[in-house]
Design a protein around this ligand. Sequence first.
Ligand code: G3P
Ligand code: MG
Length: 406
Amino acid sequence: AYASIPACNSPCPGGPPAFSFDIDGVLVRGKVVLPEGLEAVRKLTTSEGRWRYPVVFMTNGGGVCEERKAQDLTTWLGVRVTREQVILSHTPMLDLVPELAQRPVLVSGRGDVLNVARSYGFQRVLHTRQLGRAMPAATPFSTYPPDSEEAPAAAHAVAGAALEQPDQAGATGGGEGRGAAGRPPVSPSGSGSGSGGLCPVRDLGLATETHPVDTVLVMTDPDDWYRDAQLICDVLTGAGVPTRSAAEAAAVGAPHVKLVFSNPDLLWANEFPKNRFGQGAFAHMVLSLFGRLTGGCRPSHVTFYGKPNPQPYRLAERLLLTQARQLGLPLPEVPPGVLPFSGMYAVGDNPAADVRGANQAGDPWVSVLVRTGVFQGPGPNCDVDTAQVAVDDVAAAVDAALHHTR
Ligand code: G3P
Ligand code: MG
C-alpha cells in the first residue's frame, strides 16, 4: 500500500514528477550505502542507465566540490550523476560571490573548503587553520601539522607587543603605546610596540586593521571545533581583527563581521546507532560562547543556509527545470513562476531539515520522510505529523511518488 500523498494545491496535471534526495540517512549512513538507495535508483533509470525524471541530490553536507560529490554518488549508486545534480550545504553560497569576491573572507570547515571557496570565486579567502597557525598562542590546545597551503601574503613574522609589567605602564596603566583598555597593541600587522613579544603573529595580509575580515563562512563542520569557535569569536569581537578587543573595534567604529552557517542541523545520521551532532550544534556553541563573551549579545549579522532554509530549494527548482527540458519531457504550459511538475518529491530523514524545508518551500514540493536516518519515531526534534508522506525507506518513497503521479 502506498502512503497517501495529499494532492498539491497547484498540481500540474500531465507534468512529470521531480525528485530531490537527501544523502545522509537516506542513501548512505556514513560510508555504508543503503541497499534501498540502489533500489530507488533502479526505479528511476532506464535499462541504459539514463534518468527517467529530473533528480537532484540535496545535502546539508559539504567540504568537497560538487564534481567530487557527483563522482562519489556515481560510484555509490551505479548511475551517472553530474555536478549539476548536486546541491551541497555551501553550493548556494555562490550567490554571495558578486558581493564578497574582493572582500576578506574567513572560511571554516573540514575537507577542501578553502579550495572550494576559491573555485566559487572568493579571491581573498583565509581558512581558520591558516589563521590559527599564524597566531599559535590564540589556540593553545590545537595542533597545526605542516601545511601545504601557503597562506596569502605570508609577508614576514612579526612580534606582538611584549606584555609590559604594570610598573612600566605608569599608575594609569594606560602607558604610551598601549591600546584602548590598557593593553599593549598587538595585531597581525605587527603594530605592537614590543620586541620579541609573548604573542608572535605572522602577518597574513588579511584579518588585519587594514584588511579586516568582512564575512565568516562556515562551509561545513569544522575539523577542530575548539579552534574555530575561538577564532570566529575573536574575529567577531574584534570586528574582523582577531587580536583586537571589542573596545578597540568600537573605538574606531569598525563595521561588524557577517557570520554565515551553511547547515543548521543539530543532528545527522551516520553508521553510529545514535544521531550525531551536526553543524547546527557547532553554531549553537559559537553563538552561546559569543553571548557569554558579550554579556548576552548575538552577532549582528547571522545567516543560515542549508535545509530547511529556502536557498537550496530555489536552486533545486532551477536545476530540476533545466533537467526536465534536457530530458525532453513533455511539460504543460504554466503561468510564469509556476513549476510544471506534478510533484517535487523531497525525500529526507530529518524532520527538522528535510520535512520542514519541503513544507516551507511550498507547492509543488512534497515532503517525504523515511525512517532510515535521523527520524527514529515520534519524540523530540521530530515533526512526523507535518510530513506529507512517511515511509520506511527511499525505495518506498519512490514507489509512493510514482503511484501518486500516475
Ligand atoms: O553534515 C551532514 C549532515 O548535516 C546531514 O546531511 O545529507 O542528511 O542533509 P544530509
Ligand atoms: Mg539526512
